[in-house]
Ligand binder design. Structure first.
Ligand code: AMP
Ligand code: MG
Length: 329
C-alpha cells in the first residue's frame, strides 16, 4: 500500500512538472531583455535563483556598472576571481587566441570610442584609432592563478561572450537541481535550451531575418544547447549614408562590413557559441568556413547581405532554402 502511494506521489509530481506549464519571468540584465521559462517541480524556486544569478553576474561583469569587477579592472586594479569567473576569463583568452584575435576581449577602448556602449555614436578619426589600437589585444589581460590584471590603459569587455557563458552556467545549475525537467532561456539574442521539451518534440529556435522582420529559418534542437546569433543589424548607427555596426574588426578598429548579415552558432558550450558567433562575423564567410572545417565542434548558419543562406551540414535548419557549406574547400 505504502509502495502504491509512493508511486502515485511520484507520478503526480512528474505530471505536475510536465503538465503544469512553465514558470516564467522577464528580467533586464546584461544590457538586454531576458525571458526565462522553466518546467518541473522545482520551477518556481529555480527561476527565482536564476534571476539572482543573472543579476549577480551582470553586477560583476558589466563594463558600465559602477563597482563591477570589470570596472575595477578597467580602472587599473588587480582583481581576485572566483572559480567560475576564472573559467570565464581563461575561456575568453583561449578563444581569442584560437580565433587569431578576431574575438578580442580587450577591444573596449575602441568600441567605446565608437559609442557602442554609451549610445553616443560617432565616427572616430584615424588618429584616434591609431592611438588606441595598441592598447587592445588579449595579451593585455594577464591571469595569474585567480588574479586578473590589465596592462596600463587596456580595458576589458566580455560582452561578446558573457551571455553565452551565463546561459551554460544557468543550464548547469538547472541540471544540478535535479527537480527541473526542461527550460528555455532567451538571453537577448542568445537562446539556451535545457533538456527535452515536455511534449518530447524539439525546441524550435527561429533565426531572425537580419534584413527585416520575421524569421529567416528555424533550428530544431533537442537537449541542452546554446544557439547564438551575432550580426551588425542588432546594433548600428548611420552617418552620411554609411551603416556602422557594433561588431568591430580588431585589426582595423573599424566596424565589419564583409557581406555577412548574421552568423548563428549552435554549440553545447555557450561561451564558445557566443564568442564564435562574434568572431566568425569578423572573419567573413570564407575564413569562417575554413575555421569550421578545422574544428567541427559546432554548427553554424550564415546569412549574407544578399539574403543567401549557408549552413554547416549538421545544422538542424528548416523553413528556408539554403546551401550547405562544402566539407572541403
Ligand atoms: P555579440 O552581440 O555577441 O556579437 O557581441 C558584440 C559586442 O561585443 C559589441 O556590442 C561590442 O561591445 C563587443 N565587440 C565588438 N566587436 C568585438 C570583437 N571583435 N571582439 C570582442 N568583442 C567585440
Ligand atoms: Mg557573441
Amino acid at each position: 500500500m505504502k509502495k502504491t502511494i509512493g508511486l502515485l506521489l511520484c507520478l503526480v509530481l512528474l505530471l505536475d512538472g510536465c503538465a503544469a506549464g512553465p514558470e516564467e519571468a522577464e528580467i533586464y540584465a546584461m544590457d538586454t531583455l531576458m525571458t526565462l521559462q522553466v518546467w518541473g517541480a522545482g520551477r518556481a524556486e529555480a527561476v527565482a535563483q536564476l534571476k539572482g544569478m543573472l543579476n549577480g553576474w551582470d553586477g560583476q561583469l558589466s563594463v558600465t556598472r559602477e563597482g563591477s569587477l570589470v570596472r575595477q579592472l578597467n580602472e587599473g586594479q588587480s582583481v581576485s576571481l572566483t572559480g567560475e569567473l576564472e573559467a570565464l576569463f581563461s575561456g575568453a583568452l583561449a578563444l581569442s587566441r584560437e580565433t587569431g584575435g578576431a574575438l578580442d576581449p580587450c577591444l573596449y577602448p575602441v568600441t567605446r570610442l565608437w559609442g557602442f556602449t554609451t549610445g553616443e555614436y560617432r565616427v572616430p578619426t584615424q588618429e584616434e584609432l591609431d592611438a588606441l589600437l595598441p592598447l587592445t589585444g588579449s595579451d593585455k589581460l594577464t591571469l595569474s592563478g585567480k588574479t586578473a590584471s590589465l596592462a596600463p590603459g587596456a580595458q576589458l569587455d566580455l560582452g561578446a561572450l558573457v551571455k553565452g557563458w551565463a546561459g551554460s552556467r544557468a543550464a548547469a545549475y538547472l541540471e544540478g537541481r535535479g527537480d527541473v525537467t526542461c527550460a528555455i532561456l532567451a538571453l537577448g539574442g542568445n537562446i539556451q535550451t535545457f533538456g527535452t521539451k515536455p511534449d518530447g518534440s524539439p525546441w524550435q529556435v527561429g533565426i531572425q531575418n537580419p534584413a527585416g522582420s520575421g524569421v529567416a529559418g528555424i533550428l530544431s534542437v533537442t537537449g541542452t544547447w546554446a544557439v547564438v546569433t551575432s550580426g551588425g543589424y542588432q546594433r548600428y548607427f548611420e552617418e552620411d549614408g554609411v551603416r556602422y555596426s557594433h561588431i568591430i574588426d580588431p585589426k582595423t578598429g573599424y566596424p565589419v562590413s564583409n557581406g555577412l548579415a548574421s552568423v548563428t552558432v549552435l554549440c553545447q558550450d555557450g561561451l564558445r557559441a557566443d564568442g564564435l558567433s562574434t568572431a566568425l562575423t569578423v572573419m567573413g564567410l570564407e575564413k569562417a568556413a575554413a575555421f569550421w572545417r578545422e574544428h567541427r565542434d559546432f554548427e553554424a548558419v550564415f546569412i549574407l547581405d544578399s539574403g543567401e543562406i549557408y549552413a554547416t551540414p549538421g545544422a538542424p535548419l528548416s523553413s528556408c532554402s539554403f546551401q550547405l557549406l562544402e566539407e572541403a574547400p
